[in-house]
Design a binder for this molecule. Structure first.
Ligand SMILES: *[C@@H]1O[C@H](CO)[C@@H](O)[C@H](O)[C@H]1NC(C)=O
Ligand SMILES: *[C@@H]1O[C@H](CO)[C@@H](O)[C@H](O)[C@H]1NC(C)=O
Ligand SMILES: *[C@@H]1O[C@H](CO)[C@@H](O)[C@H](O)[C@H]1NC(C)=O
Ligand SMILES: *[C@@H]1O[C@H](CO)[C@@H](O)[C@H](O)[C@H]1NC(C)=O
Ligand SMILES: *[C@@H]1O[C@H](CO)[C@@H](O)[C@H](O)[C@H]1NC(C)=O
Ligand SMILES: *[C@@H]1O[C@H](CO)[C@@H](O)[C@H](O)[C@H]1NC(C)=O
Length: 381
C-alpha cells in the first residue's frame, strides 16, 4: 500500500471522529466543528444557465461560502462575470465570487492546438477553440486570444453590476476558508482543476483539512463510444474539464483530501429534455426562465449530477473505487484523461477515489426542480 494512502486512511478516520481531537491526530489535521451547517465552495466555468449547481446546495440549507471561476469552456474572467450576473438576478449577491487563474498551469492555446495537430481534434475544445470574434458577437463566450476580453453579447442574463471579491485571490480564498472551518468544507469542481491545484500546492494542510473533493469529469473507457455515434456522441464522451489543465487535474486528484468522488461517465446519465424544462417552468421566476430559455436539450445534467452527490450521497445507486492517475504525457493521445488501477498494480503517489457509475435520476430531477422553482435569496440566508 503506498504510504500516502496509508496516511490518508489515518487522516480520514481522525476527521470522522468527534471533536475535540486527541494527541493521536496526524500533524496538520485541525479539529472540526461537527454541529455547524455543511459548507461548500463551488469552482466552475460559470455560464448563463450554470446557476443550478449553487441553487442546489442553497435548497439543501448548505452554507455556500463562495464561488470561484475557472478557465475551461471560456476564460475565468468571462465565467466569473456569469457567476456574478446569475447571482445578481436572483438577489444572491451576498455570495462572494473570486475570479480564478486566467491560464491553466502550463497549457496554452498554441500548445493545445499543436497537440491536436498530432493527435486529432477534440469534438469540444472549450476555451482553446480558435478565437472567432464573429461567433462571439453572436452571443458566445470567448475562446483563445486575450483572456482579459469579455464578450458582452453572451450575457443573456444581464451584465453584472456587482464586482469580484478582491480581499484575496481564488486559491487563497479556498485555503483561508478551510483553515477557518477545518474538516467542514466540501470543494466542488465543475470545471478545470487549476485553482484547486494551486490551493493544494500553496498550503500542504489544505487538502487534508477540507472535507472532500467532488468533481465533474474523468470519463473512463469511452473511446469506442467516441467512434460509434455522431460527433455529438463523441463530444458527450470527451473530457474538457481535465484536458484543459491535465497537470492541475493530476495534482488535485492525487492530493490527500479525506475523500475524492468522481462524477465521470455517470454525468451523462440524465439528459435535459423539453418535457422536463416545461415541467420546471410551470413555476416562473428568473431562474426557471433562464433555464427554460438557455439550458437546452443537447446536454445531460453534468455539473448538477456531481453537485447532487455531495448534497445527498444516497442518490448514488452504484459506484466503485480505484486508484486514479491522470495522464500528463503531452505526447500521449490520452493526455488529460484518467487511468484506473487496482491496488496491487498502482504506481506510487496515487490514491483511492470513489467513482460513481449510477445515480437515481428521478431524484436528481426532483432536486433540480425544487431548487430552481423555489430559489432562496440573500434575505433568507
Ligand atoms: C460550531 O458551529 C456552531 C453552529 O454554527 C457555532 O454556534 C459554534 O460557535 C461553532 N463552534 C466553533 C468552535 O467554531
Ligand atoms: C445591471 O443593471 C442594468 C441597468 O439597470 C440592467 O440592465 C442589468 O440587467 C443589470 N444586470 C443584472 C445581472 O441584473
Ligand atoms: C430582488 O429584490 C428586489 C428588491 O427588493 C425585488 O424587487 C425583486 O423582486 C427581487 N428578485 C428576486 C428574484 O427575488
Ligand atoms: C466564425 O464564426 C462565424 C459565425 O458563427 C462562422 O460563420 C465562421 O465560419 C467562423 N469562422 C471560422 C474560421 O470558424
Ligand atoms: C465519501 O464520498 C462518498 C460519495 O459522496 C460517500 O458515499 C462516502 O460516504 C464518503 N466517505 C466518507 C468517509 O466520508
Ligand atoms: C454496478 O455496476 C457494475 C458494473 O457496471 C455491475 O456489474 C453491477 O451489476 C452493478 N450493480 C448494481 C447493484 O446495479
Amino acid at each position: 500500500m503506498p504510504s500516502l494512502v496509508k496516511s490518508l486512511h489515518t487522516a480520514s478516520a481522525a476527521l470522522a471522529a468527534i471533536v475535540p481531537l486527541a494527541a493521536a491526530v496526524p500533524a496538520g489535521v485541525y479539529p472540526r466543528n461537527v454541529t455547524a451547517a455543511p459548507k461548500i465552495i463551488l469552482d466552475n466555468d460559470w455560464s448563463v444557465a450554470g446557476f443550478i449547481t449553487y441553487l442546489l446546495p442553497l435548497a439543501s440549507d448548505w452554507d455556500v461560502l463562495g464561488l470561484v471561476s475557472d478557465t475551461a469552456d471560456s476564460w475565468a474572467l468571462q465565467t466569473g462575470l456569469h457567476a456574478l450576473a446569475t447571482l445578481e438576478v436572483g438577489n444572491l449577491s451576498c455570495i462572494p465570487v473570486y475570479k480564478g487563474s486566467d491560464y491553466p498551469l502550463i497549457q496554452t492555446e498554441e500548445r493545445f492546438q499543436a497537440w491536436e495537430a498530432v493527435h486529432g481534434v477534440l469534438p469540444w475544445e472549450g476555451v482553446f477553440a480558435k478565437e472567432n470574434l464573429t461567433y462571439e458577437a453572436e452571443g458566445n463566450d470567448p475562446t483563445s486570444g486575450n483572456p482579459d476580453r469579455v464578450s458582452r453579447a453572451a450575457f443573456f442574463e444581464g451584465f453584472p453590476n456587482t464586482t469580484f471579491a478582491s480581499d484575496t485571490n481564488a486559491a487563497n480564498f479556498m485555503v483561508e476558508q478551510v483553515k477557518k472551518y477545518p474538516g467542514e468544507v466540501s470543494i466542488y469542481s465543475g470545471g478545470a482543476l487549476t485553482n484547486i491545484a494551486l490551493a493544494v500546492r500553496m498550503d500542504p494542510d489544505f487538502a487534508k483539512n477540507a472535507k472532500e473533493l467532488v468533481i465533474m469529469g474523468g470519463y473512463i473507457d469511452v473511446n469506442l463510444l467516441q467512434t460509434t455515434g455522431s460527433v455529438m456522441q463523441a463530444d458527450l464522451n470527451s473530457d474538457i474539464n481535465l484536458i484543459v489543465d491535465p497537470e492541475a487535474a493530476k495534482i488535485a486528484l492525487t492530493a490527500d483530501f479525506p475523500n475524492i468522488t468522481i462524477a465521470g461517465n455517470v454525468a451523462n446519465q440524465v439528459m435535459s429534455t423539453q418535457e422536463f424544462l416545461d415541467e420546471v417552468h410551470e413555476v416562473q421566476n428568473v431562474y426557471s426562465d433562464l433555464m427554460f430559455n438557455y439550458y437546452g436539450t443537447e446536454f445531460p445534467f453534468w455539473d448538477e449530477t456531481a453537485a447532487s452527490i455531495i448534497l445527498d450521497p444516497s442518490i448514488v445507486t452504484n459506484s466503485t473505487q480505484f486508484y486514479l492517475d491522470v495522464d500528463v504525457a503531452y505526447a500521449s493521445p490520452s493526455y488529460g484523461n484518467i487511468h484506473a488501477y487496482q491496488e496491487a498494480l498502482a504506481p506510487p503517489n496515487v490514491r483511492l477515489v470513489n467513482y460513481v457509475t449510477e445515480i437515481d435520476g428521478a431524484k436528481l430531477k426532483s432536486m433540480i426542480k425544487k431548487a430552481v422553482q423555489y430559489p432562496k435569496t440573500c434575505a433568507q440566508l
